[in-house]
Design a protein around this ligand. Structure first.
Ligand SMILES: [Zn+2]
Length: 236
C-alpha cells in the first residue's frame, strides 16, 4: 500500500458489503495505479519535494472511484493523508494531525460560504510551521454538506482561491470550464505556498493520468512520446 489514499481505498473495500463496480470494471487493473494494466501509470510517478502537506477528507465512495484524483495528489506530495468523512464521527488520527504543531491547517473552500473573518487568500505560515491543505474530496453538493457539518474544522482559516489565480491557471492550462478536480485545486494551493515545482509536476501528472484513463476506456493506445509525456518526464 504505497500511500494514504490507497490505504483508505483498501479499508473502504474491506467494509463494503457488496463490491463497488466501477464502470468498465472488466479491465484488469493495476493494483498500484488503478488503471487498466495496458495503460499503467506507475512508471510515470513524479519525484518532487514539497514543503506543504495535504489532508484529504474523502466522501464515502470517493476513494473507490477509478477517476478520483486525490490519489494523484498522494502520489506526488509525500505528506498526504486521507480520511473517510462521516457526519457522525471523526477520525481521531485526523484530529491529532490537525493539532500537530508542525502544521498550519487551511481548509480550502470558496470564501462565500464561510464567515468573512475566516477567509484568507494567501498562505503565510508562522515560523516553523508548514501549510497543511485540507481538501474536501467529494462532489460539490457533498462538499458543501461536509463543510457545514465538520465543526472540528471551524477554527481554521478558509483558504479561498481567488478569481485572478483561477483565471491565470485556466489560461495556462487552456481550460474552458470552471470545474476543477481535487488535484487541480491542490496544485493551485501548492503554487500559493511556494511549492511551484510540485504544482507543475501534479498538473503534468494529472494530464497524463487523464489521457491514460480515457484511452483505457476507449480503448486505444497512448503515445508515450507525445508532449504530455515529455513534460512529465522532466519530473521523474
Ligand atoms: Zn500501474
Amino acid at each position: 500500500m504505497h500511500h494514504a489514499v490507497a490505504r483508505l481505498r483498501a479499508e473502504r473495500i474491506a467494509r463494503s458489503e457488496k463490491p463497488f463496480l466501477a464502470r468498465g470494471c472488466k479491465a484488469v487493473r493495476c493494483p498500484e495505479c488503478r488503471l487498466a494494466v495496458s495503460h499503467c501509470l506507475c512508471a510515470w510517478r513524479p519525484q518532487v519535494e514539497a514543503c506543504s502537506g495535504v489532508s484529504l477528507l474523502m466522501h464515502d465512495v470517493e476513494a473507490l472511484k477509478p477517476s478520483n484524483t486525490g490519489w494523484l495528489i498522494a502520489d506526488v506530495v509525500r505528506d498526504t493523508s486521507a480520511f473517510g468523512w462521516s457526519r457522525v464521527e471523526v477520525d481521531q488520527r485526523l484530529l491529532a494531525l490537525l493539532d500537530d504543531p508542525q502544521w498550519q491547517p487551511y481548509l480550502v473552500f470558496p470564501g462565500e460560504y464561510a464567515a468573512p473573518e475566516r477567509v484568507v487568500s494567501e498562505v503565510c505560515t508562522t515560523e516553523g510551521k508548514r501549510p497543511l491543505f485540507v481538501l474536501l474530496d467529494a462532489t460539490w453538493s457533498e462538499a458543501r454538506k461536509m463543510f457545514r457539518k465538520s465543526p472540528y474544522l471551524d477554527r481554521f482559516p478558509v483558504l479561498s482561491l481567488q478569481p485572478e489565480q483561477i483565471s491565470r491557471y485556466r489560461l495556462r492550462r487552456s481550460k474552458r470550464d470552471d470545474h476543477f478536480c481535487t488535484a487541480e485545486v491542490a496544485a493551485m494551493c501548492l503554487e500559493l505556498a511556494g511549492d511551484g515545482r510540485a504544482a507543475e509536476a501534479l498538473n503534468a501528472y494529472l494530464d497524463v493520468f487523464s489521457q491514460h484513463y480515457l484511452a483505457s476506456k476507449a480503448p486505444r493506445a497512448v503515445d508515450l512520446n507525445d508532449p504530455l509525456h515529455e513534460r512529465l518526464q522532466t519530473f521523474l
